[in-house]
Design a binder for this molecule. Structure first.
Ligand code: CA
Length: 220
């Protein structure tokens, strides 16, 4: 899962980026509206955290441009305290949720998890495939009740597949959702991550669909 943080306040941007990385996301950061505009159009994010007051292009305009261009990713806007009209304008402008500054990081993470859950059609906070359980709240993966230790990239691959377990996910789609911007992306590494995952969780949960990609499968 990959998230874009659009925030011009340096210390808050750092805190957000660090907290999201710790929570297992690939994170990109834009400090102004222009940079964010490009990223939001070109890259495929699982969610965006969008500050409204930004240099160059404000958050409302960004949101409008993205939505007009058919970009459907969930967007959580950050608004100033007491500014109820910003919340209304943000939500009416295409935002999916909002948080008022200052906020608790735990709450922001919970709201993001819910947005991603809803956008991927999941109901339960825990993702399950037979005896394999991935809990986005704790970042833990359990196989038959025993914790499996995964690297951050392995976790992102499995998390993306489990969020989209109802369909086939191509290698290039996986690549887009597990790396942050600027990371040297090689789609062959996806195969390597899949192979390592299969060694850790067993060979049968991730099915290879020839020429198309991968799909989660309950072996039971
Ligand atoms: Ca700001």
């Amino acid at each position: 899962m990959r998230v874009l943080v659009v925030e011009d306040e340096v210390s808050l941007a750092k805190q957000l980026t660090a907290a999201l990385r710790r929570a297992g996301y690939a994170v990109d950061h834009a400090a102004d509206g222009e940079g964010a505009d490009l990223l939001g159009h070109d890259e495929n994010y699982d969610a965006v955290v969008l500050d409204l007051g930004l240099p160059k292009v404000d958050g409302f305009s960004l949101l409008r441009r993205w939505r007009e261009a058919g970009r459907t990713m969930p967007v959580l806007v950050l608004t100033a305290r007491g500014s109820w009209h910003e919340k209304v304008r943000g939500i009416d402008g295409g935002a999916d949720d909002y948080m008022t500054k200052p906020f608790r990081m735990e709450e922001l993470l919970a709201r993001l998890r819910a947005l991603i859950r809803r956008s991927t059609g999941k109901i339960n906070p825990e993702l399950r495939c037979g005896s394999l359980v991935l809990d986005p709240r704790s970042g833990r993966v359990l196989l038959e009740g025993t914790e499996v230790n995964l690297t951050s990239h392995e976790f992102r691959v499995l998390s993306y597949l489990m969020h989209h377990s109802q369909r086939i996910v191509s290698q290039s789609e996986l690549t887009e959702h597990i790396y942050s911007q600027g990371f040297d992306r090689d789609s062959n590494t996806v195969e390597v991550f899949i192979a390592r995952l299969r060694r850790k969780i067993g060979p049968t949960f991730i099915e290879t669909v020839r020429n198309l990609g991968y799909r989660m499968k309950d072996p039971a």
